[in-house]
Design a protein around this ligand. Sequence first.
Ligand code: GLN
Length: 492
Amino acid sequence: RPLQSLSYSTRVQHREIIAAKNPSINAFVNVSQPPRDIPQDLPLSGLTVAVKDNIATSFLPTTCSSTMLKDFVSPFDATVVKILQRNGADIIGKTNCDEFGMGSLNIHSVHGPVKNPFNASKEGTTKDERAAGGSSGGSAAAVAAGMCDAALGTDTGGSVRLPASYCGVIGFKPSYGLVSRWGVVSYADSLDTVGLFANDIPTIQRVFDQIAVYDGLDPTSAPVEIREKAYSHSMERLTSQKTETSILEGLKIGIPQEYFPSEMASSIVEPIRKIIQALKSRGAEIVPVSLPSTSYALSSYYVLASAEASSNLARYDGIQYGKYVEPGPGVDLSKTAQVYAQTRTANFGQEVKKRILLGTYALSADAFGNYFLQAQRIRQLVKDDFNAVFSIPNYFTDMPGSVKDGVDVLIHPSAIRTAPRLAESEDEKSSLDSYVQDVLTVPASLAGLAALSVPVVETTNKEGAQALPIGVSVVGQWGTDDLVLSVGRAVA
Ligand code: GLN
């Protein structure tokens, strides 16, 4: 798609597509009125952008797909939303997600599950319908179904990359701290990032260039000097003689051996192998690498994310935040814990409650050393693994010297499988299976790295039927986001 301003009629058109398709896909939970007076000469003029419903907007509700915030309208806009609007984007609506971002299938939502546009049907849930992936499933499905040009999601442990992979669109998780989290409802602050979906990389780049700016309102926003250091170091790889198609010439791509676990479906491996072969024949140097702590990353992630969530979600007590539930008979109003408990019991869903309990336990005096502290140690080992293979140092946290002969980027499958059937996912609600789906995305989250999922073009499967989408991930050192996007262009 050419990067020109979209006309008013295109914006109306996207709303018509939403009206036609949303009843079956359930990607949007609220749609805005088309703005009439967008200046045509701004960087994002007329681009329709959907926003995940855990990012605050003053003009539409922000529910986080939770009963707790069902009627909540934020008094302010998130920094990302302000930037988009200031630059001419049309915020077309808010998208469905897992409650507070917790989930991998977008089935834990007060608005109901999102259906993968790949196989959505109008007549209730059929047995072949697929999950869109989560937690930003609404944003991924909205882009896949042509309801908008781009969408914002959040990615704490894979919530942009996993649904992108399942829905066959591009999903980008920028390096931690590059995009402001001000106005993004916290799940696990040390991991939360704002990510992007689109059908092509130029659109991702166009939006990313605007939103990746320092914001004094977010205490974890990366300082300008550090951004520039990482940027210029990584861009040395893309010297001026290299044309866009020859960016692969001499590029060192690492293939982490631990990213092909036994749980991986066989249908994933072959297409990824083909892509790696193609990159090699186009001039890239393919290097097998090892990230030995990978197998511990998932457990570490779920302990840390739940611990942070239990603390963050304490604010929803019905008094300060959240929908207050009138205490029933027998509740002693002088005991605030009993009053809070009414609200929290009624308004949080099962998955959120489970995370709060798990996280509170991990932070308790008895369990702290064995769980929280151990998980933090593993997180450091995961970071060390990455720092030992990348040619560029991590300018954000560690600042070690460069690794001689290190790789420029890593490439691996985005997920261990294609989108599961929605009917099966409903049964999996309480099982560990949905956690395992994040096994390939959480390491980059723990280390705060840039990670992009690009759909693999594989139109038919062995039986000749239309194949389900598969994603391949390009992961780069902290702050090398533009390099990752450039490599993504060559892969896409
Ligand atoms: N599925 C993971 C979780 O439930 C990741 C979620 C996310 O990235 N927001 O925690």
